[in-house]
Design a protein around this ligand. Structure first.
Ligand code: 4AD
Ligand code: MG
Length: 478
C-alpha cells in the first residue's frame, strides 16, 4: 500500500480506513504512543502501538530519529489537539537511530548548537517550519512575476564584472591549485592563461546582465544565489545569499517603488494565506522569545500582527535629505542617549540610523530615496541637482535594509563620465554600455535579499537560521 503524507492523514475526515504512513519518530511515550513526523506539516500524527502484540525488539527500536513505516487504521483520536490517530496493526523499522547519539533530542536546543548541526536541525519543528515557509515564499516570488508577464532570467554565477563596485568578491580560480598554475613574474597567478582567460569572480548581483535583458524583453527578474566576500559577522549578512532582481524598461523611480511595495506585500500575503500552521507555530515561538527580553525591548506586536501591519499600511517614502533632517532633529545634544544618531548630509546611514527611522520615528517600513551620489553605485541615475541619485532602499522594522534599487543612468555620456571618475574600465563593461548605445531608455530595478525577507516573515533574528546551510566567515562545514 502506498503511504500517505501525514498532512493528508490529519486533514482526512474519513476515519476507519487502512492507511500506511512513513516518517521519523519524534517521541515514543509509555511504550505506546509514537509522535510521527514526515516533514509535510508541523504537526505529528499519533500512532498508537499495540505493545502487547509487538515484540520487545521492535519496541526498543522505536527511538527518536528512527525512520519507520506504520500500517493501521485511521481512527478518531481521544487525545486533545488532534482529530485522528493511527491504531497501528504493523510496524516496520526502516532506519534505526541510536537514541544516545542522535543529536536532535526532544528538548529545546540552542540555535548555536543547531547551526553546528545544519544537516539535522531541519528535523526540528522550528527549522521544518522555516524551511517550508521559505519554499512557499520562493514559489510566491515566481508566481508574482510570472502572473505579471515578467521573464525569468538566469544570469551568470561566474562573471568578470563587479556589479556593485565594492570589490567584495570571491575569486574563481580555474587553474590547477597544485602550484603548477602559470604565474606572473611577481609570483601572482597569471589569469590570462587560465580557463576563462581573465580573472573571474562569483557574482555579487545579476543586475548588469539583467539590465541588458530588460532592454529587450521589457520586464525581467532573476532569482539566484549571489556571493559577497564581506567579512561582516553580523546577523544580517551571509557570504552566500539569494537575491531577487527585477528590472523593468521604461519604469522610473516612482514606478520602481510601487513595484517593490506591491511585490513584497504579495509574497508576504501569500505566506500568510498558505503557511497558516507553520506561521502559527512561529508566532508562538516569537512570543516566547520576546518574553525573555526586558520589557522595554519587547515587540509591541505579535509576529502575525507585524505581518498584517505591513500588508495594511503604505510604506513611508522619505528622501535621504529629509531623513538626515529627522535624525538631526531627533538628537538634541542635551540628550546624550541619542547623540550617536546625529548625521551630516552626505554620510552613509549606519544600521542604527536606519533602525531609528523605521522602529522609533516612522514605525513602519520606509522607502528612502535620492541618496547622495558618492555613497551609491555607479549605475544610478543622477538627479538634476547633480549631487543625488535616484536610489531607493527599503528598510524594514527589525531587519534594516531589505531592498536596494534604483532608476538606472540611461544617458551614455553621463554614465561614461561617472565610470571614468570612479576608475571603472569602460572596455571591461563594453557590453553594458551597448545598452546605452543602442536604444537606451529609462529603466529601473531593485534587489531583494531573500533571506532578509524570510527573516522578517518567520520572526527569526539571525540570518543563519533561515537558509539551509549558511555560508558565513569561518563556516563552510557543510
Ligand atoms: O543593496 P545591494 O547591494 O544591491 C544590489 O546588489 C543591486 N545590484 C540590486 C539591484 O538594484 N538589482 O543588495 C540588495 C539586497 C540588500 O538590500 C539586502 O537585502 C541583500 O541584497 N543583501 C544581503 N543579504 C544577505 N547577506 C548579504 N551579505 C547581503 N548583501 C546584500
Ligand atoms: Mg544596499
Amino acid at each position: 500500500m502506498k503511504h500517505i503524507k501525514i498532512i493528508d492523514l490529519l486533514n482526512n475526515t474519513k476515519t476507519l480506513q487502512e492507511v500506511t504512513a512513513k516518517g521519523w519518530v519524534r517521541t515514543f511515550r509509555n511504550n505506546q504512543f509514537i509522535a510521527l513526523n514526515d516533514g509535510s506539516t508541523i504537526h505529528n500524527i499519533q500512532c498508537v502501538v499495540d505493545f502487547e502484540n509487538t515484540s520487545d525488539d521492535i519496541l526498543k527500536r522505536i527511538t527518536t530519529g528512527a525512520a519507520i513505516c506504520v500500517k493501521g487504521t485511521l481512527v478518531e483520536s481521544q487525545g486533545a489537539g488532534q482529530k485522528v490517530e493511527i491504531q497501528v496493526t504493523s510496524l516496520e523499522i526502516l532506519g534505526d537511530s541510536d537514541a544516545e547519539k542522535f543529536p536532535m533530542q526532544p528538548k529545546r536546543h540552542s540555535l548555536e548548537f543547531l547551526r553546528e548541526n545544519a544537516h539535522l536541525r531541519v528535523r526540528t519543528n522550528v527549522f521544518g517550519a522555516i524551511m517550508r515557509v521559505r519554499s512557499v515564499l520562493s514559489f510566491a516570488v515566481h508566481q508574482y512575476f510570472q502572473q505579471k508577464g515578467f521573464v525569468y532570467v538566469n544570469t551568470p554565477i561566474i562573471t568578470g564584472s563587479d556589479a556593485e563596485g565594492a570589490g567584495e568578491m570571491f575569486q574563481v580560480t580555474a587553474l590547477p591549485l597544485d602550484g603548477s598554475a602559470p604565474k606572473n613574474e611577481d609570483g601572482s597567478i597569471n589569469y590570462k592563461e587560465d580557463f576563462f582567460g581573465k580573472q573571474t569572480n562569483l557574482t555579487v548581483s545579476g543586475q548588469l546582465e539583467g539590465e541588458t535583458f530588460a532592454m529587450a524583453l521589457g520586464q525581467i527578474y532573476t532569482f539566484g544565489p549571489t556571493f559577497r566576500a564581506e567579512n561582516s559577522n553580523t546577523s544580517r549578512h551571509l557570504a552566500e545569499f539569494w537575491m531577487i532582481e527585477p528590472e523593468v524598461a521604461f519604469n522610473d523611480l516612482a514606478d520602481n517603488m510601487d513595484l517593490a511595495e506591491d511585490f513584497i506585500k504579495y509574497v508576504i500575503k501569500y505566506a500568510v494565506d498558505n503557511c497558516a500552521d507553520d506561521l502559527k507555530f512561529l508566532d508562538e515561538r516569537f512570543a516566547q522569545e520576546e518574553k525573555q527580553k526586558p520589557q522595554a525591548e519587547r515587540s509591541e506586536m505579535t509576529l502575525l500582527e507585524k505581518l498584517n501591519f505591513v500588508l495594511e499600511n503604505n510604506f513611508k517614502r522619505v528622501s535621504y535629505t529629509e531623513a538626515i533632517d529627522i535624525l538631526k532633529d531627533s538628537t538634541p545634544n542635551k540628550k546624550k542617549k541619542f547623540q550617536y544618531l546625529i548625521e551630516e548630509w552626505g554620510a552613509d546611514l549606519q544600521s542604527e540610523h536606519e533602525r531609528f527611522l523605521v522602529e522609533k520615528h516612522f514605525k513602519c517600513p520606509v522607502i528612502l530615496f535620492d541618496y547622495p551620489a558618492k555613497i551609491k553605485a555607479f549605475y544610478m541615475r543622477l538627479n538634476e541637482d547633480g549631487k543625488t541619485v535616484r536610489a531607493m532602499d527599503i528598510l524594514f522594522p527589525g531587519i534594516g535594509e531589505i531592498v536596494g534599487g534604483s532608476q538606472r543612468e540611461e544617458r551614455y555620456d553621463v554614465l561614461v563620465e561617472k565610470m571614468k571618475a570612479l576608475g571603472i574600465d569602460e572596455e571591461e563593461l563594453w557590453w553594458y554600455l551597448d545598452t546605452r548605445r543602442f536604444g537606451s531608455a529609462v529603466h529601473s530595478g531593485f534587489g531583494l535579499g531573500f533571506e532578509r525577507l524570510v527573516l522578517f516573515v518567520t520572526g527569526m533574528t539571525n540570518i543563519r537560521d533561515v537558509i539551509p546551510f549558511p555560508r558565513t566567515p569561518q563556516n563552510a562545514e557543510f
